[in-house]
Design a protein around this ligand. Structure first.
Ligand code: CP
Ligand code: NVA
Length: 303
């Protein structure tokens, strides 16, 4: 079992399946483990957050612990002192560290030297808690977590990169509908293709991408830290808006997902976001449940 959860592929396929089943049991109230009883978990944020901050703080509390919210003003990770020293010191105080930051390598370094579990709450490279929560949302509604087609429209960003990692564990057709200039991380694409479990396709026509899809997914076109590219990305991605016209080309039962926050009227219209296919608020709720399951799994206390 991995000490940390930095990417979905830190879990084996069997562990990921077990995580989904355990999450369902916790959500249904069949088990209520308290692995953080008497402990504090630290949540480090270098970017803003609604869902991640609140769902982690509430989840830590429900697992019996206290949470600490820390911004870069306090630690100045790697500037005021080295990541090595921060990892060593924090491990003496807290039972778990959650971090949301820019550079994924900093999270890897923190995890390498921390003796307590480190959880990735979003980096520029990946957003694993989000995508595990999303596949849990599909699983709880359908009983399935593979043999499905996911069409992600928009920027080939951290959220899509985590779907690439998910496709290494669960068999799926994973399609990205995007422009030639907004492609995902090459190394993660290569890893997903090499894993050989799923079919990965890049489309430049949104209607081709969504045909037969079980899930249509979208995210903001300009992620945190890239807001200066918003105008350029809006031009590149304007055809990839998730709207009713696009949904008319999709399966009647298609689920529409968005990690949120949404830029309503840009990557997704109100009519779709508030329409019958949308499960966006279930995804937001499930962040709480999947993260509790992830923390309890890493802390090896699931009863
Ligand atoms: N989806 C998500 O991570 O939302 P926040 O940025 O609000 O945490
Ligand atoms: N891709 C988005 C996800 C927000 C949850 C970002 O990084 O800003």
């Amino acid at each position: 079992m991995t000490k940390d959860f930095l990417q979905i592929t830190d879990f084996t396929r069997d562990e990921a399946i077990e995580l989904l089943k355990f999450c369902k049991k916790m959500k249904d109230g069949e088990v209520a483990p308290k692995p953080l009883e008497g402990k504090t978990a630290a949540c480090i944020f270098h970017k803003p957050s609604l869902r991640t901050r609140i769902s982690f703080e509430v989840g830590i509390n429900q697992l019996g612990g206290n949470s600490l919210y820390i911004t870069d003003k306090e630690i100045e990770l790697g500037v005021r002192e080295s990541i090595y020293d921060v990892a060593k010191v924090m491990s003496r105080y807290v039972g778990l560290i959650m971090i949301r930051t820019f550079d994924h390598k900093n999270v890897e370094e923190l995890a390498k030297y921390a003796t307590v579990p480190v959880v990735n709450g979003l980096t520029d490279l990946t957003h694993p808690c989000q995508v595990m929560g999303d596949i849990f949302t599909y699983y709880e509604k359908t009983g399935k977590f593979e043999d499905l087609t996911i069409a992600f429209l928009g920027d080939g960003n951290n959220v899509f990169n985590s779907f690439l990692n998910l496709s290494c564990l669960f068999k799926m057709n994973l399609r990205l509908g995007t422009s030639p200039k907004t492609l995902p991380d090459e190394a993660l694409m290569e890893k997903a293709r090499k894993a050989g479990r799923s079919k990965i396709e890049i489309h430049h026509n949104p209607k081709d991408a969504v045909s037969d899809a079980d899930i249509i997914y979208t995210d903001v076109w300009a992620s945190m830290g890239q807001k200066h590219q918003a105008e350029e990305k809006a031009k590149l991605l304007s055809e990839f808006q998730v709207n009713n016209d696009l949904l008319n080309n999709a399966k009647p039962g298609v689920m529409v997902m968005h990690c949120l926050p949404a830029n309503r009227g840009q990557e997704i219209t109100d009519e779709v976001m508030d329409g019958p296919h949308s499960v966006v608020f279930d995804e937001a709720e499930n962040r709480l449940h999947i993260q509790k399951a992830i923390m309890a799994t890493l802390l090896e206390n699931k009863t």
